[in-house]
Design a protein around this ligand. Sequence first.
Ligand code: NCD
Length: 305
Amino acid sequence: MQRKDLLGLEGVSRSEIEEILQTAVQMKKILLSGNKKTPHLQGKSVVTLFYENSTRTRVSFDLACKYLSAASSNVSASSSSVSKGETLLDTARTLDRMEVDILVMRHPMGGAPHLMAKHVKAGVINAGDGMHEHPTQALLDIMTIQEKMGPLDGMKIAIAGDILHSRVARSNIYGMSAMGAEVHIAAPQTMMPYGIEQLGAKVDRTIDEAVDGANVIMGLRIQKERQSAGLFPSIREYHKFFGIDERRVALADKDVLIMHPGPVNRGAEISSMVMAADNCVIDEQVTNGVAIRMALLFMLTRANN
Ligand code: NCD
């Protein structure tokens, strides 16, 4: 891989995605080996800079650093000089001067990691920028599908829910399409962004249409923190018209995989029954998230040498 940063999956080629996935498969072996300590990142340093809440993304980057022997440090906006009024670029330059090799960044504004990447020597990984992209999540999603069902070529993948606010949906539309899948999306009209089909997805009118014969169904969280108000009348009604329940799963292919990036609003975007079924791979997604982040940290530090 010949790049300084990973800011999104837009424009990332199939061969580059495949190289990341192959490395992640090796990293997963380390992760599951019972002896999770290797020198892959020895002598390297990583800072995770989170301006938004996170559990799995942040912890998985943090553990990935520790398993591969990097020196790592976490910064969160509420406990840093950001809350004293420092600008994003001044924070970035300060960290850069500490000889940080990789900056992992989550920010509520789309484009913030891109701005950062232009001004620092360190490699920048986008861990979610506003409603724009979340490339490491899409890579772990693709890895999970490939692990369970082989190559994505010709698969029908249905992504349902709050597409408007979802960086996960955007990165997956780019990544899954690059891997040969046909991505169908469904959302209440108030949560469907105008022109999204230009990214390569097929927009369906109803969730029943999107899940019909699908090989994968991915639910998305209703992102209440990004909604002003009134995009749907009630959780009950949302679940009835757009939730993933057993009736809808029955419309899909008999070997369908059920996915969700988490955190889940149980009973809203996905029912507890569906979450408990054997074909629901939310837990595997979490494990693969660590493997993908181990792979990327390793590949980017090597490329930046
Ligand atoms: C996603 C995110 O932060 O965009 N979560 C995650 O990284 N696992 C999706 C979400 O918050 O709904």
